[in-house]
Design a binder for this molecule. Structure first.
Ligand code: GLN
Length: 496
């Protein structure tokens, strides 16, 4: 088997034992990127020299007799919303074109400390606002399963890179679904950790009370290894949880559902859901029962109001966060010819630098926060948020995890929802409640829809700091399904 088809755990072991060098592994992935990137467009920036230099350092450390961690020398694609001192960071926006951050995000720093080799920065919806990566200022990314379709969003470059074997691992951020949804539609694993379980320091902010960094991988164990590598308390992030990282790697290794109580969320299904998505989900429910889980239906009535609440809270927070792009401190500056006031330059810069979706949200958020409307919109949405958290709490009194389809449909064609924000927002119907409540959830592949042969995701939701449960259940389902299929789902994707 070629190096690019190996798992991250296998690559780490090969490098640690000296059977493969980190340089060799990095080069194999750089060659793959060169071969398929013209079709996929997953990356905004690939830096072969920097990547090979990082790999060389890992090989030197090994040669010097240092003990290497499980992911040392393993290549990774890094979402271009995390700051990196050695590569540009744009958040998919023109307003940050060419910006070189003066510091590394905590996630970046921990990747480096774990010896991961950062190949480049991946494409995303501008400031992580979107569900298709079509809102990037730098062109669309294509789904490796079908190049005419979206790879999900906002972390679509990261999901496509892993699904296209350009990297075994990638990072993402999930504010309303941006890890789980792209993972689902590209047939890979994506995890949103508990809010505060992974650091936001150096992550360009979208909605600070929701933004959560998390891993993408081609299997549950690799995702757990990456999760463990960059998570945990960070004094640089005031909302970081000062607690031990849940034992995700152990849970992924054990992978067991026997005797577990699993709740099917009643509100996620029926109208608006693609038949093939519901069919694969139903089969997975039966599989869980056959593996010894006790499956019951659970009602979470407030979940039906999560989407409107999110589309008030997230834009409100973004309207405040994005005020910092004022043409004075970062990136783009338009019209500064000595004849204009600072305010005029700011207005011209923001008009030219932000795309239409970002502007829509700034306007919406500014409105929802303005005096006279605050209570009716933002305040009301915050109350709904409390109700959603209570629904989760009540549900987790009855069951250990909740499950649902990750997305109502499979990957849609590029362009189909581009002019219809409401249709686009529906892609995150099932993922948003978890963000509003701050708990953990994972998406794993559970089959192909009959209508279009495209991947379907299973979402597994766990309580706050119950991240290990996502991996435990995910690994059990993955093992059973791979046995049934005679390999991973991704191995059935067409050749690029
Ligand atoms: N699709 C959602 C949005 O557009 C979620 C994005 C995200 O999780 N970053 O806001």
């Amino acid at each position: 088997m070629s190096l690019i088809h190996k798992t991250a755990a296998e690559l780490g072991a090969l490098i640690a034992s000296g059977e493969a060098s980190a340089v060799e592994v990095a080069q194999a992935h750089l060659d793959r990127i060169a071969a398929v990137e013209p079709k996929v467009n997953a990356f905004l920036h690939v830096d072969a020299e920097t990547a090979l230099a990082q790999a060389r350092r890992v090989d030197e450390r090994r040669a010097a007799g240092e003990e290497l961690g499980p992911l040392a020398g393993v290549p990774i694609a890094h979402k271009d919303v995390f700051t990196t001192t050695d590569m540009p960071t744009t958040a998919g926006s023109k307003i940050l074109e060419g910006w070189r951050p003066p510091y590394d995000a905590t996630v970046t720093r921990r990747l480096r400390e774990a010896g991961l080799v950062i190949l480049g920065k991946t494409n995303l919806d501008e400031f992580a606002m979107g569900s298709s990566t079509e809102n990037s200022a730098y062109g669309v990314t294509r789904n490796p399963w079908d190049l005419s379709r979206i790879p999900g969003g906002s972390s679509g470059g990261s999901s496509a890179a892993v699904a296209a074997y350009q990297a075994p691992l990638s990072t993402g951020t999930d504010t309303g679904g941006s890890i789980r949804q792209p993972a689902a539609v590209t047939g890979i694993v994506g995890m949103k950790p508990t809010y505060g379980g992974s650091s936001r320091y150096g992550l360009i902010a979208f909605a600070s009370s929701l933004d959560t960094p998390g891993p993408f991988a081609r299997n549950v164990m690799d995702a757990a290894l990456l999760h463990e590598a960059f998570s945990g308390h960070d004094p640089m992030d005031s909302t970081s949880i000062d607690a031990a990282v849940p034992r995700v790697v152990e849970a992924a290794r054990e992978g067991d559902v026997d005797g577990l109580r699993i709740g099917v969320v009643k509100e996620f299904g029926g109208e608006g859901y693609q038949a093939g998505v519901l069919a694969r989900f139903q089969e997975t429910v039966e599989l869980l029962e056959s593996l010894g889980a006790k499956v019951i239906e659970v009602s979470c009535p407030s979940f039906t109001t999560a989407l409107p609440a999110y589309y008030l809270i997230a834009p409100s927070e973004c309207s405040s966060n994005l005020a910092r792009f004022d043409a004075m401190r970062y990136g783009l500056r338009v019209g500064d010819d000595g004849t204009r006031s600072a305010e005029e330059v700011m207005a011209l810069t923001r008009a030219a630098g932000f795309g239409p979706e970002v502007k829509r949200r700034i306007i919406l958020g500014t409105y929802a926060l303005s005096s006279g409307y605050y209570d009716a919109y933002y305040g009301q949405a915050q109350k709904v948020r409390t109700l959603i958290a209570r629904d989760f709490e009540a549900a987790f009194q009855q069951v250990d995890v909740l499950i649902s389809p990750t997305t109502p449909t499979t990957a849609f064609p590029i362009g189909e929802r581009a002019d219809d924000p409401m249709a686009m927002y529906l892609a995150d119907l099932c993922t948003i409640p978890t963000n509003l409540a701050g708990n953990a959830a994972i998406s794993i592949p559970c089959g192909l829809a009959d209508e279009d042969g495209l991947p379907v995701g299973l979402q597994i939701m766990a309580p706050v700091l119950g991240d290990d449960r996502c991996y435990r259940v995910g690994a059990a389902v993955e093992r059973a399904l791979n046995d049934r299929w005679g390999g991973s789902l991704l191995s059935r994707a067409p050749e690029l």
